[in-house]
Design a protein around this ligand. Structure first.
Ligand SMILES: NC(=O)c1ccc[n+]([C@@H]2O[C@H](COP(=O)([O-])OP(=O)(O)OC[C@H]3O[C@@H](n4cnc5c(N)ncnc54)[C@H](OP(=O)(O)O)[C@@H]3O)[C@@H](O)[C@H]2O)c1
Length: 285
């Protein structure tokens, strides 16, 4: 298969390229190679390279910033996704687009399946939900993959960090670190997402998929495990979301149940703790 990866030097994109290149021809597309807010740029790249499938990792995903720049969030997360969907439909190319657990409001307090009704609480999440719907409704051979709490060897380009790299920085610079113990997610390494994406695209299917590690954890427990595995000395304390000023509304519970992948028998994600231990030992020890 010829696979184009948009955002190939990003956190998720870089792992997708390294995993998929074992078996496929991978076209690595950085922002310098393609501008997805520009349909002509997409058409030009697609016409000259003719991929079988496009994977889109590009996003405007600094959540507090999106509140101040909703046009930018909608331009990249929604309109650019529509651009890709239209070109892929026109050229009969498959499209896989990544989205987020933040499309949910968290009030369910139990793992979300793909058929649960989204209720995004902030600009970023609303724009990502719009992008999902453009992709699924404008491109017949499309998939949307929602991921949660991602971390990889290369920190997110848009954010300049991920939770692991941010915790290590705080542990180095601060006398103590406080992390919320009442907001729940499933930490998931981008390498695991890349491997399960490889299995999903082989399945030649379409639709909406949740893709996260198994298990659930608070941000504090996520941090605690980093401290334990790497033997960090800086004191780490649990805190409440109420202890921090709320810049933007977020779901307090955004755990994903990976039902659609399990139904297709292509669920290959590890348990969150085992995956994090492996990541920390290979990246930092
Ligand atoms: N980070 C999380 O915890 C999290 C949680 C849930 C879901 N997600 C989703 O996961 C996906 C991947 O996130 P990530 O952390 O891997 O992102 P990232 O590291 O910021 O990578 C995004 C890539 O897209 C490129 N890009 C940005 N704007 C573009 C444009 N207009 N045209 C073409 N390329 C463009 C970026 O290039 P430049 O940097 O050069 O502009 C970068 O290479 C996103 O869809 C995000 O919404 C993330």
């Amino acid at each position: 298969m010829k696979i184009a990866v948009i955002g190939s030097n990003g956190q998720l994109g870089s792992d997708l390229c390294s995993v998929l290149s074992h078996k496929h021809e991978v076209l690595e597309l950085t922002h310098a190679d393609i501008e997805i807010s520009d349909v002509d740029s997409i058409n030009q790249v697609v016409s000259s390279t003719r991929p079988d499938i496009i994977l889109n990792t590009a996003a405007y995903h600094v959540v507090p910033e999106a509140e101040n720049y909703p046009q930018k969030a909608f331009s990249l997360n929604a309109i650019s996704a529509l651009n890709l969907a239209r070109v892929c439909q026109d050229k009969k190319i498959r499209l896989l687009h990544y989205s987020t657990d933040y499309v949910f409001d968290g009030l369910k307090n139990a793992p979300y399946v793909e058929t649960d009704r989204p209720n995004p609480l902030n600009v970023y999440a609303v724009s990502k939900l719009a992008g999902e719907q453009f992709v699924l409704n404008y491109c017949e051979r499309s998939m949307v993959v929602r991921v949660s709490g991602i971390y990889g060897k290369i920190a997110s380009r848009a954010k300049g960090n991920n939770f692991v790299s941010m915790m290590l920085k705080l542990a180095k610079e601060k006398p103590e670190v406080r992390v919320v113990n009442d907001e729940f997610l499933t930490p998931t390494p981008t390498l695991a997402i890349a491997k399960n994406t490889a299995a999903l695209i082989e399945a030649d299917t379409r639709g909406l998929f949740h893709m996260s590690c198994s298990g659930e954890v608070s941000w504090y427990e996520f941090a605690r495990h980093i401290w334990d595995v790497l033997g960090l000395d800086t004191p780490l304390f649990p805190a409440s979301v109420k202890d921090f000023p709320a810049v933007v509304k977020r779901p307090y519970y955004s755990v994903l149940e990976n039902k659609a992948l399990k139904d297709l028998s292509v669920y290959e994600m590890p348990e969150w703790r085992e995956a994090l231990t492996q990541f920390l030992l290979t990246t930092y020890k």
